[in-house]
Design a protein around this ligand. Structure first.
Ligand code: BES
Ligand code: MN
Length: 461
């Protein structure tokens, strides 16, 4: 083990240079113009995995490729325990570009902070695991378990191809647990095991009014304005107490247990600091819950994008022909995504005035994820966190979603160990996304310790 830790210590400079190469690919899964970059990033990963001693292959899919990389010479079944390490090499669109202090795909180091799209979400985090395993392979230190890396290129757009892939490869991916670093920690002094993620439903609403944009002086007042209608339709979804007013929206939502409220209260970020971090004039949310509870354990209805009418320079007097909103709802355990979707659609249809036509297109959906952090593997990962960070880890629920974790459970029967390395101010999905090199290094050590802890907690069988 000392050889592994020494190797990590001695090679930080080259690890960083490699991470730069990884981050230079604009692997934006949502934008077809970047399909070639996504594919090139996958090919680079395969080559990199081979260079560090893994058996790697590129798996084409109907969408973006999946990279599979295994530790060599896996013993026959019943030998060492097998763990899957999941991560994603696709990134969110970098827009708005003018808010970046340096180009999103030209990594820039400032002190110990590395700026680039994908640095924390998720390239930096999955690269930490690759480097830990490289340390075992390059020092000839035997790994106490077999590992398969599953690195996909569609996480940010719903993981459709990976879902199909899991069904086709369920035998070879059979494992004791899936290890994922794609969540956060409150601070470098507070490593964390995340035991719950929110689910999600995505959809788009379009309201259509007149057949074309109209002169608002000649016709305005005699016809409904789709942007005004959409504003009212959406505004009514939330009441003054921050509750979603859609009938049935909260059906089945389990109240927070005493233990969970205690854990949430331990989350070491004060409301004042959160407010400052977010740069908002005030915090806001559902009455009766703390900000930590609101953003991790309560469902939401959010407008992600809102478009209508003239957006160019200067003014233009018109009644727009249509208005559109991109919406996502975050879901919590016991909310069935398709049931919630039906409730939302029924509500919008009923609330929509006859002066506009309503179109709704359904997007992706996923259930929440929740596994009590009491099992032996969860306890083992807490020990690895403590050794790597030199601090007592906390248990937390998080508000983001990793839709594929439910399929790991359903298709492979495996729980996910969510061992995030991102900081709250890492700007994931925002301009100036960043990753702290301490998170990178501690993450490598966490991974190095983890394989022994997990193997010891999971006797072969
Ligand atoms: N890494 C995030 C998910 C995350 C972040 C979970 C922080 C918990 C804490 C992931 O890459 C992500 O952004 N997922 C999307 C999924 C969606 C596109 C289906 C999300 O949560 O918006
Ligand atoms: Mn993301």
């Amino acid at each position: 083990m000392q050889a592994v830790l020494d190797y990590l210590k001695q090679n930080q400079a080259s690890f960083l240079a490699e991470l730069y190469d990884y981050l230079r690919f604009p692997s934006v899964s949502a934008q077809p113009a970047h399909n070639g970059d996504v594919a090139a990033c996958a090919a680079w990963l395969v080559a990199h995995c081979r260079r560090i001693g893994l058996e790697a292959k590129l798996c084409e899919t109907a969408g973006h490729p999946i990279v599979i990389a295994k530790t060599p010479a896996r013993a026959p079944r019943g030998g060492k325990p097998h763990f899957v390490v999941y991560g994603h090499y696709d990134v969110q669109p970098p827009e708005p570009l003018d808010l970046w202090h340096s180009p999103p795909f030209e990594p820039r180091l400032e002190g110990r902070t590395l700026y680039a799209r994908g640095s924390t979400d998720n390239k930096g985090q999955n690269f930490a695991h690759l480097k830990a395993v490289e340390a075992y392979l390059k020092t000839g230190t035997p790994l106490p378990c077999d590992l398969t890396f599953v690195l996909e290129g569609e996480e940010e757009v719903g993981s459709k191809s990976l879902s199909t892939f899991l069904k086709q490869h369920r035998r070879e991916l059979q494992c004791a647990a899936v290890v994922i670093s794609d969540t956060g920690i409150p601070s470098l002094k507070h490593p964390a095991l995340t035991y719950s993620l929110r689910g999600i439903i995505a959809f788009e609403i379009t309201l259509r009014g007149p057949a074309r944009d109209l002169h608002s002086g000649i016709f305005g007042g005699a016809v409904d304005n789709p942007a005004m209608a959409l504003a009212r339709l959406l505004a009514d979804v939330r009441d003054a107490n921050g509750r979603i007013a859609i009938p049935g929206f909260y059906d089945g939502v389990a109240p927070l247990s005493k233990f969970e409220r205690q854990q949430a209260a331990r989350y070491p970020l004060s409301d004042a600091r959160l407010k400052k971090l977010l740069g908002a004039p005030q915090l806001f949310g559902e009455r009766g819950f703390t900000p930590t509870e609101r953003r991790s354990a309560r469902p939401t209805f959010e407008i992600n994008g809102l478009t209508s009418g003239y957006q160019g320079e200067g003014s233009k007097t018109n009644v727009p022909a249509w208005a559109r909103a991109k919406i996502t709802c975050r879901l919590v355990p016991n909310q069935d995504p398709e049931r919630v979707r039906r409730r939302v659609v029924a509500y919008l249809k009923k609330a929509c005035p006859p002066t506009v036509r309503l179109e709704i297109t359904a997007g992706h959906g996923a259930e929440a994820y929740h596994v009590a952090p009491t099992g032996p593997l969860a306890q083992a990962s807490l020990r690895a966190l403590k050794q790597a960070f030199g601090a007592e880890p906390i248990l937390m629920r998080e508000g983001g979603s990793i839709p594929i974790v439910n399929e790991f459970k359903q298709i492979l029967g495996a729980d996910s160990l969510l061992l995030g390395l991102g900081l709250p101010d890492d700007n994931a999905h925002s301009p100036n996304e960043k990753f702290h090199l301490d998170c990178f290094e501690k993450g490598q050590r966490m991974s190095a310790y983890l394989w022994h802890e997990l193997a010891a907690a999971n006797p072969p069988g």
